[in-house]
Design a protein around this ligand. Structure first.
Ligand SMILES: CC(C)(COP(=O)(O)OP(=O)(O)OC[C@H]1O[C@@H](n2cnc3c(N)ncnc32)[C@H](O)[C@@H]1OP(=O)(O)O)[C@@H](O)C(=O)NCCC(=O)NCCS
Length: 191
């Protein structure tokens, strides 16, 4: 499996994805430390500014890094509305997982998230040798589940009581799409 570097910007109809720069650090720090923005359905832990800078700097050379790989910019006004990432999820299996957060809640529900993840998946299949891209989400995270289902991901399983957050254990959906399924999916709005 090759490693995906910080690469060029990925252009969609509504959003463009670009690697984070120094100018994004404060915004990312604010998002990472607001549990309502990043973790309404996930485990949360605070991130120090120094740790964030270290993780962002190390990410391009580390396929397992959970750091943000791209900033999601809205094309209409150039505003940074979110972030997406990918990471190798297993020491042996060729599994790459994607994650996604619209840090600006006002930007949610307008198709930006789905387009951003679609651009990312296309780029990962283009640059990596993996045959499957995965995603996981809390069983109760309806927007996240619908986002990947709308892109053609299939639910492959349910990990019972796999994620502890907000005071209790949650089931987690496992989603995946193969390279051939991605290539054959009907195009929706260019994605
Ligand atoms: C998950 C997230 C990235 C979705 O991004 P988004 O831009 O709002 O999603 P989209 O507008 O592209 O919509 C994707 C699907 O979710 C649905 N959806 C969006 N918001 C929804 C809501 N609040 N309730 C129900 N469905 C919703 C949309 O209708 C669409 O499904 P459809 O095409 O089948 O109708 C965004 O909600 C978010 O940042 N959430 C907080 C962080 C998070 O949970 N990340 C995922 C962790 S696994």
């Amino acid at each position: 499996m090759g490693g995906a570097g910080p690469g060029p910007a990925l252009e969609g109809a509504k959003v463009r994805l670009r690697p984070p720069t120094r100018e994004d650090h404060t915004l990312l720090y604010d998002w990472y430390n607001d549990p309502d923005r990043v973790a309404p359905y996930d485990r949360f832990s605070a991130t120090s500014y120094e740790d964030l800078l270290g993780e962002l700097a190390a990410a391009p050379g580390d396929p397992a890094s959970l750091a943000a790989r791209y900033i999601v910019e809205r094309r209409s006004d150039g505003r940074s509305i979110g972030m997406v990432g990918h990471y190798t999820a297993h020491p042996v299996l060729s599994i790459v997982e994607v994650w996604y957060v619209l840090g600006d809640p006002a930007a949610r529900g307008q198709g930006f998230g789905r387009e951003a993840v679609g651009l990312l998946v296309t780029e990962l299949f283009r640059t990596l040798t993996v045959e499957r891209i995965g995603a996981t989400c809390d069983d109760e995270n309806v927007p996240s589940a619908r986002l990947v289902e709308g892109l053609g991901f299939r639910q492959e399983g349910l990990l019972r009581a796999a994620l502890f957050h907000h005071g209790r254990w949650h089931d987690v959906r496992v989603y995946g799409i193969t390279r051939s399924e991605w290539a054959a999916r009907p195009s929706r709005g260019g994605i």
